[in-house]
Design a protein around this ligand. Structure first.
Ligand code: PLP
Length: 422
């Protein structure tokens, strides 16, 4: 008898962020349709976390699919050193005016981790190209910037990085800014400034660190402190970009703008892997030289892949459509109203929202990533036809923008049922 997909999966596949002795069986998904994932038994689940925060326009979007198909027949891939193509150029041309800040060039890579790796390499080389020794990175406690070595180094030391601790480079970590700690942060930054090349931050929302939110006002002050010290400011908008926080980019909430911005996840509407690292003129000027040693020696096989760039262009068309912008405000307002309901439950702590993201802590057991409540919540919600993947006891919603009012209500109702039953 032929082995089932599940049996073959068990035999051959190593899943991300998953023990080889998993607590839950994986679910074979055969189709994605709008906000729904459909499994091999025909069960439908609301994808309430947009398949790891990427699927902003829902699954199986025909408009994006058609554009990818047509591009695949024309040019599916070409080496991007020595060659160029319309989708890459057009995407850069359309992105730059939309970004929060004044950016001059776009560097393409493959995903969020590579986008941040490229950003820190650029920030470090920006100084070395000028013959100035500034070689430390400043980052936030609880930060997450990806899983490759550089990205791990600039991320909070946690269970994710434990096995590699002695291989990670030294970083100056600070807390996210508040009204109360700003003076202290300023003192720390000023003390280390002569050595600090760049500051990388997830603007207003630390995603993987537990959907931690902080205020724009204090972040704006922190950014001006960094700017005064000539620290290269790197906004990691891999997760917050493309409408997630209610505005097109979270950087729009702050007056002081980044010098470098990192994008991925929603960039292609979640259809293909693509990373962007955009830089201001000040940054690119340090590389603009006859001296070949000042080149940024970095690239990937699939840099600026034409299919991925085409998907990103199609996703932008959809995102900038007034219908989508209306959906963003609808989600934002609905979440704000639902927080009032959540606050009536003693077991819910710190219910909060930022644009299309809603999060709260479920006050059961320790607050850590391995908290046993997470798989329990996932199992319970699957039975309700909803896919959630809590970060420890932090539960969050991050749906595709196209969720209907009825489906959103069903999602809220199933959360309330969960609070009632587990
Ligand atoms: C997910 C994420 C990354 C890493 O992106 P990958 O595509 O998963 O490598 C980097 N930064 C932030 C803020 C993220 O949320």
């Amino acid at each position: 008898m032929e082995e089932s997909i599940l049996e073959k999966d068990k035999k051959y596949i190593w899943h991300p962020f998953t023990s080889l002795r998993p607590t839950m069986e994986v679910i074979p998904i055969v189709k994605g349709e709008g906000i729904y994932l459909i499994d091999d038994k025909g069960n439908k689940y609301i994808d309430a976390i947009s398949s790891w925060w990427v699927t902003i326009h829902g699954h199986g979007n025909a408009y994006i699919a058609e554009k990818i198909y047509r591009q695949a027949l024309e040019l599916e891939q070409v080496i991007f050193a020595g060659f160029t193509h319309r989708p890459a150029v057009e995407l850069a041309e359309r992105l730059i005016p939309l970004l929060p800040g004044t950016f001059s060039k776009v560097f393409y890579s493959d995903n969020g981790s590579t986008a941040t790796e490229v950003a820190i390499k650029i920030a470090l080389q920006y100084w070395s190209n000028q013959g100035i020794k500034r070689n430390k990175i400043l980052a936030f406690n609880h930060s997450y910037h990806g899983d490759t070595f550089g990205a791990m180094s600039i991320s909070d030391r946690s269970i994710f990085t434990k096995a590699f601790e002695d291989k990670l480079f030294e970083v100056v970590f600070i807390d996210t800014p508040t009204e109360h700690n700003l003076a202290e942060l300023e003192a720390t930054i000023n003390k280390h400034a002569p050595e600090i090349a760049g500051f990388i931050y997830e603007p207003l929302l630390q995603g993987s660190g537990g959907m931690r939110m902080y205020e724009a006002q204090w972040m704006n002050s922190l950014l001006s402190i960094c700017k005064k010290q000539d620290i290269v400011c790197i906004a990691d908008e891999v997760m917050t970009g493309f409408g997630r926080t209610g505005k097109l980019f979270a950087g729009e909430y702050m007056e002081t703008k980044a010098d470098i911005i990192c994008l991925s996840k929603g960039l292609t509407g979640g259809t293909m892997a693509l990373g962007v690292t955009a830089c201001s003129q000040k940054i690119t000027d340090a590389f603009d030289s006859e001296d070949r040693m000042k080149t940024l020696f970095h690239g990937h096989s699939f840099t600026a892949n034409p299919l991925a760039c085409t998907a990103a262009l199609a996703s932008l068309d959809l995102l900038l459509n007034p219908e989508c912008l209306k959906a963003l405000s609808f989600l934002t307002e609905s979440h704000q109203a639902f927080i009032k309901t959540l606050n009536q439950h003693a077991v819910i702590k710190n219910a909060r929202s930022l644009g299309t993201i809603l999060a709260f802590e479920y006050d059961k057991g320790d607050n850590n990533y391995l908290n046993a409540i997470a798989p329990q919540v996932t199992k319970f919600m699957l039975a309700q036809g909803v896919y959630l993947r809590p970060l420890g006891n932090t539960i969050y919603l991050m749906t595709p923008y196209c969720i209907s009012p009825e489906a959103l209500q069903r999602l809220y109702d199933s959360i309330l049922l969960m609070i009632d039953q587990i």
